[in-house]
Design a protein around this ligand. Structure first.
Ligand code: C5P
Length: 231
């Protein structure tokens, strides 16, 4: 069956996570947070004492992740790895850095491919990441590439972490984000680049609601043309 897929790619702090979640809610589609898969793989490797450059070791872990995305008692997200909630651990900047290191390993990217594709279930999927439109779902009905200025992305990330009660230094955070963006954009395997047919949206001066409205309008017109749910 041809399940409609909408891809939202972009750097960290561009707002793609929020936009993807709201879009999936409004459309009643499934959601793939592919960054979480790389974060969990990095975390699992760290738990197993693997060297961050150990491609085969991390690929073996990635190919047999026992994962469940669910809701925590406080209403927030819970990501169960072997039954243990790793969401708080993987959502830190350290978790992001580990994810970015293992995401540069082609064997890990290959190992996560089938799992990512398996999220494409009726009535549809919103997939959020770096290479959703370029590599994993090249036939997506709508591809969005979301950006925002580096300062704005660091500011958003700062507020996000602060809200979680974490101690953060804005200058150190900006530097970490810059380094991660550079590594993601310059790696050989699936670098962060917009698909040629992606719609680019700069969210620097836009509230999330405005971005969601813009993407939703695009999605609705594409789904009508391509025969989405109910067509
Ligand atoms: O989106 P998030 O910040 O959770 O992603 C964490 C890291 O995982 C990114 O910095 C990137 O290195 C990697 N990633 C990736 N491909 C994806 C999603 C995330 O390489 N599709």
């Amino acid at each position: 069956m041809n399940v409609p897929v909408i891809t939202i790619d972009g750097p960290s702090g561009s707002g793609k996570g929020t936009v993807a979640r709201r879009l999936a809610d409004v459309l009643g589609f499934h959601l793939l947070d592919s960054g979480a898969l790389y974060r969990v793989t990095g975390h699992a490797g760290w738990l197993a004492g693997l060297d961050p450059t150990d491609a085969e070791g991390h690929a073996a872990l990635a190919s047999q992740l026992d994962l469940r995305f669910t809701t925590a008692a406080d209403g927030g997200e819970a990501i169960l790895l072997n039954g243990v909630d790793v969401a708080p651990a993987i959502r830190t900047e350290e978790g992001g850095a580990r994810a970015s290191a293992v995401a540069a390993l082609p064997a890990v990217r290959r190992a996560l491919m089938a799992l990512q594709k398996s999220f494409a279930q009726a009535p549809g999927l919103v997939a959020d990441g770096r290479d959703m439109g370029t590599v994993v779902f090249p036939a997506a009905v709508l591809k969005v590439f979301l950006t925002a200025s580096a300062e704005e992305r660091a500011r958003r990330r700062y507020l996000q972490l602060k809200n979680k009660g974490l101690e953060v230094d804005l200058r150190a955070l900006s530097k970490e984000i810059e380094e991660r963006d550079y590594r993601d954009a310059h790696r050989a395997a699936s670098p962060l680049v917009p698909a040629p047919d992606a719609v680019r949206i700069d969210s620097t001066a836009l509230p999330p609601d405005a971005v969601v409205a813009e993407v939703l309008a695009l999605a609705e017109s594409r789904l009508m043309i391509h025969g989405g749910p109910g067509h």
